[in-house]
Write a new protein. Structure first.
Length: 464
């Protein structure tokens, strides 16, 4: 389906709006409280952005440092130029380990490289250990949010799904009972997996460590019991040292969930050593490029590599909160997805995403690493125009508008007539149908003009 068709379906889904508002609204409120309790948050944002910019400018140096230190700690490092190459490396490692099942901790990079599909094709059973990922796996769906993959589901829908799919489902209609049902269903499968697969929130260059962040402890249960641990991580996840990682963690947790720190923040440095009581015998780290080097070399896109995948931009986005994540079509939804998806999957198939933005700047205001998302989205709009990807109707319409604005008297007459016509179409102060703006008024009413045109009101103001 096209972006427009996906949006149509999302806007018609009343339950989706309830589900998204429940979670995004809570996240927005909790973030506000967390920031209020952290007076130095703005200075911390500036430092976080500077850390990421420094790493992006010296990406090769820090990646080589990370590789050397990870190998010294006993890990094996693999490099993947493309998504397909990364998925192939993971499948080969699973086959080499004789894996029949894998326990997977939530990773958007895994989704990006198509790992769930690759595991299914290889005949390897996949157990999603994150509660939200477990929900969407049962439902045969894709994540709709990078922090809360099942944001599009209400608790009532989850309850029905668990009762249909779990062998020993909950009896009481409570969140605690549903969580216990998932725990009973997943625990034995998690502990019996042959391979554990995780992402990495950060890669620490000077120690060769990876860092995972969860609220359920599922990463630890996915990674520690299996004999083999496979990490997939984008090359932009690198930070120079542990103090830098700690600073980024402070920004990530507050921006994502409104907490000072998540319940489980764990650093892994190599596989099990002599004397260790537990841990995997092998650790493989797959470093994935998949267009990131090209973004780092592109002055118009390299700031996007600052992203630490907190989800704050989508939690505060008025468009995302109307249509949810699936409408965006790619791995990454919301404002950050509208920038990333054209870079990863091509602009021609995703030009609509840059237009799914009101340019109110809220996403930039809440970004913990100060990514200028509206500027980057405008960049995609400009590139789409230059490459002739915009519809003929839009190009012709803007051509007519240009002709009008180059003739000020004609433009003032036309805009004045339009304001008068809008007043005539209004009923009790609102316009329910408007020619040439049918897509807008199909789902919302437009307020009737209260005064004259902008230029008329401006002229009155100057005469006062």
């Amino acid at each position: 389906m096209s972006f427009g068709q996906r949006v149509e379906l999302a806007l018609a889904d009343r339950v989706l709006k309830v589900a998204v508002e429940r979670t995004a609204g809570t996240a927005e409120a909790k973030r506000a409280l967390a920031v209020e309790a952290f007076p130095a948050f703005e200075d911390a944002r500036t430092r976080a952005a500077a850390i990421k910019d420094h790493v992006i400018a010296h990406l090769g140096h820090y990646l080589e440092m990370f590789e050397a230190n990870a190998i010294a700690a006993g890990a094996q490092v693999h490099w993947a130029q493309t998504a397909d190459e990364a998925a192939t490396i993971v499948i080969d490692l699973c086959r080499r380990a004789g894996a029949k099942s894998v326990a997977r901790s939530k990773s958007m990079l895994g989704e990006e490289i198509g790992l769930p599909h690759a595991l299914a094709e290889a005949g390897i059973e996949r157990v999603e250990t994150d509660l939200a990922e477990h929900i969407i796996q049962l439902g045969g769906e894709r994540p709709s949010h990078i922090v809360w993959p099942a944001m599009h589901k209400t608790r009532e829908q989850v309850s029905a799904l668990f009762r249909a799919k779990h062998c020993d489902p909950h009896v009481e209609e409570t969140i605690a009972a549903m969580a216990e049902s998932a725990r009973r269903h997943l625990r034995s499968e998690m502990l019996g997996a042959d391979v554990g697969i995780s992402g990495a929130n950060f890669l620490v260059a000077d120690t060769g460590s990876i860092c995972t962040v969860t609220n359920e402890g599922n990463a630890e249960l996915s990674i520690v019991p299996p004999r083999v641990h496979i990490v997939t991580a984008g090359i932009e996840k690198i930070v120079p040292s542990l103090p830098h990682a700690i600073h980024m963690l402070r920004m990530l947790a507050r921006s994502a969930t409104g907490a000072a720190l998540t319940q489980y923040t764990t650093f892994y440095t190599g596989p099990k050593r002599a004397g260790d009581r537990d841990g995997p015998e092998e650790m493989h780290i797959v470093l994935v490029d998949n267009g990131r080097s090209a973004m780092a070399a592109d002055a118009a896109l390299k700031e996007m590599l600052r992203c630490i995948r907190c989800g704050a931009c989508m939690n505060h986005c008025v468009v995302f909160r109307q249509v949810g994540g699936h409408a965006y079509g790619g791995t990454y939804p919301g404002p950050m997805g509208a920038v990333l998806t054209p870079a990863l999957d091509g602009l021609s198939a995703n030009r609509d995403l840059a237009h799914a933005c009101t340019m109110n700047g809220r996403c930039q205001e809440v970004c913990p690493v100060k990514i200028p998302l509206p500027t980057l989205l405008r960049g995609w709009r400009e590139k789409s125009w230059r490459e002739g990807l915009e519809p003929v109707s839009m190009r012709q319409g803007l051509g007519l508008w240009r002709r009008a604005v180059l003739r000020p008297r004609l433009y003032r007459m036309a805009s004045g007539a339009a304001v008068q016509a809008m007043r005539l179409m209004a009923r009790q102060g609102w316009i329910s149908r408007l020619p040439l703006a049918g897509a807008w008024t199909k789902y919302r009413d437009m307020p009737a003009p209260e005064g004259g045109t902008f230029m008329e009101q401006y002229a009155k103001g100057r005469r006062r």
